[in-house]
Design a protein around this ligand. Sequence first.
Ligand SMILES: C[S@@+](CC[C@H](N)C(=O)[O-])C[C@H]1O[C@@H](n2cnc3c(N)ncnc32)[C@H](O)[C@@H]1O
Length: 360
Amino acid sequence: MEERGNIDLNFVQRQFLACTPINKLRWNNFRNDTTAEIIEAMTPEMQRKILEKTVNTELVKKYPMKRSYQKSFLKRLINELENHCNEVHDEMYSTYCSLVSSDDGESSTQYRHFLYNENPTCTNAITLQESVSIVSLGTTGLCTWQAGLGLAEWCMENKELLRGRKILELGCGVGLTGLAIIRSCAPKEYIFSDFHPAVLTMLCKNIHINFPTDNDSLSNCYEDESNINLKMHHNGVNIDVRCLPWENINDGSNKTACIPVDAEIILAADVLYDDSCFHSLASALNHLLATNGTYAVVAATIRNADTISKFTEILGVHDLVYHEMKLPKREHFIRTDDTPIRMMKIVNSSFTVNEDNVKL
Ligand SMILES: C[S@@+](CC[C@H](N)C(=O)[O-])C[C@H]1O[C@@H](n2cnc3c(N)ncnc32)[C@H](O)[C@@H]1O
């Protein structure tokens, strides 16, 4: 009979690096051994391995995670071990003490690291600098949302649709979805876009962290208050960052020169929360989806179902139709909370009749 109390170290590591709330951490993905069984069977050597895979990884040393999170993780582990009368490894106490004593105030930004299932090693992590608060500097774009993870997941499941394509992402935030696609789905070109200067600046940092380049390429990152721009080439993919307010995409002005109307696939995650922007977003989509065969995939975090229904009604006003999509399986990324998401494919209504490729 198989022993009880097995811990899945890689699973624990993936949850820790993505900053999964401590009360939602699980020790094993596929087995239902109880916490008591796992903690009682946890040898000092296993505790050392857990430290090695979490707070003591080179990745966390180089790009530190929120210190209060690291402390809570160790505190919970130590408490569980003590409560189950198991011996606590000295290194566990010393690591916890050094985190507490080096407490010189929390930074306003943190790093999170997403290891995806295909190749769950730290060398292949997607590392993101994010804000520690969900709203900061007046934007929600400085952290990654569930819909962003869901859209990335969908893309990993549908790589063949993205291979060799020119993709434009609207409201990209700090970049998880695009970074995952560039890493794994071989698009021809990926254009990240957003309109918030702080979001675009953090996004550029994240692109450089994940796709390090020499200084020449770095000089292509222009940053000033109103215009942040980056162009680079990585692993066969042209990467572009643009400041693109939805309001400017279909306003008929000469600003449209920088609008990538030839993008073949438009992506957007968690952009359906403020209904005052819905007409400008739908109008932008109408402009971008003017060619037969182009389509948008929009993932929404469902906070208020009525708000999203409002958007789907507005689509009709802009000659667009939507199709509800099957949600991706949760396989590649750790989802750090359970807020449900909804995904839709949007196309121009005039192309639906002859378009075989409408339903995914
Ligand atoms: C909730 S965040 C989602 C970020 C990311 N897509 C994700 O899922 O993690 C919404 C993003 O949309 C951007 N955004 C909001 N209104 C916009 C507009 N009118 N034009 C362009 N971007 C906008 C914000 O700056 C922010 O980065």
